[in-house]
Ligand binder design. Sequence first.
Ligand SMILES: NC(=O)C1=CN([C@@H]2O[C@H](COP(=O)(O)OP(=O)(O)OC[C@H]3O[C@@H](n4cnc5c(N)ncnc54)[C@H](OP(=O)(O)O)[C@@H]3O)[C@@H](O)[C@H]2O)C=CC1
Ligand SMILES: O=C(O)[C@H](O)[C@H](O)[C@H](O)CO
Length: 335
Amino acid sequence: MALRWGIVSVGLISSDFTTVLRTLPRSEHQVVAVAARDLSRAEEFARKHDIPKAYGSYEELAKDLNVEVAYIGTQHPQHKPTVLLCLAAGKAVLCEKPMGVNAAEVREMVAEARSRGLFLMEAIWTRFFPAVEALRSVLAQGTLGDLRVIRAEFGKNLTNVPRSIDWAQAGGGLLDLGIYCLQFISMVFGGQKPEKISAVGRHYETGVDDTVSVLLQYPGGVHGSFTCSITAPLSNMVSVSGTKGLAQILSPCWCPTELVVKGEHKEFPLPPAPDKEFNFTNGMGMIYEAKHVRECLQKGLKESPVIPLAESELLADILDEVRKAIGITFPQDKH
Ligand SMILES: NC(=O)C1=CN([C@@H]2O[C@H](COP(=O)(O)OP(=O)(O)OC[C@H]3O[C@@H](n4cnc5c(N)ncnc54)[C@H](OP(=O)(O)O)[C@@H]3O)[C@@H](O)[C@H]2O)C=CC1
Ligand SMILES: O=C(O)[C@H](O)[C@H](O)[C@H](O)CO
């Protein structure tokens, strides 16, 4: 039975995700509706992606009984209201990262999903790439020995991307790019709560975070660190070091296809996407998370075992702590 998707908002990532869904067998995935704040833009998107139903409001899509799962592709601050709207309408929800602007928002969404017995997942698509699955396997086998340190970086000049420098839209690097680094560190250290968090950072002129470095101490004398930036290019790699060797996820680490383990280079090419256009790097890699969502729903799961809701809450808690340490607040923090 095909999983019937509703796409919430018609922005850049929504276009990429919809393009990916339409490469999948129609017997497994169908995009049955799309909604935008403006009907004409929703209709244009529907024409581009051959979607049967277009709505001029998210509310109308939420009421569409043909929609089983909603994909939330709005900007950060609109994630919470649209997730809550779709949950209230009985939809399963896949919400783009970061699921919330802060931990309070994430906890509100998680509580609502749990109280309604509905599936909710944060679209940390990185975790579903074969290269990252291979890294998890390497770690599980003890190939690197006893872990000591993990280091991650994600930086690129985004000062020309309006949402990235827009304080009202919770811009900056931490929520947009840093979350990718942090989720690697948390994944490697088993979703444990760090014992100590420290951070230094620079503010961008609009009040968002510009470049931030974070140090996380975990139980057992191990630690992780990351740097994210919206103004400076960084290595965009991840390295995991243990007593028996080093593993590296090569750039682009947030959507990787290359893993190096103790000097051995392994490639995990994306599925072919002939004549498909994407707004973001390695967009075809969203196929993995889309397939995972369907697998979860087929099993009757209410959350992903790969990016559990408790992990989304933990990531948000840590990002809150980091923002507090460097003095970054957003309008959404007051609610
Ligand atoms: N997984 C990945 O690889 C990526 C994930 N993302 C995530 O996806 C989300 C969207 O990013 P992106 O597609 O670049 O965003 P866009 O700038 O394309 O905006 C997405 C949608 O947000 C709505 N929107 C835009 N501005 C406002 C505003 N000021 N107030 C209210 N709503 C607004 C619009 O919805 P409408 O269409 O209804 O008008 C718009 O289409 C982000 O949270 C980001 O973190 C982004 C890039 C890559
Ligand atoms: O999730 C992402 O990949 C980021 O939002 C984008 O890559 C970043 O905003 C640059 O476009």
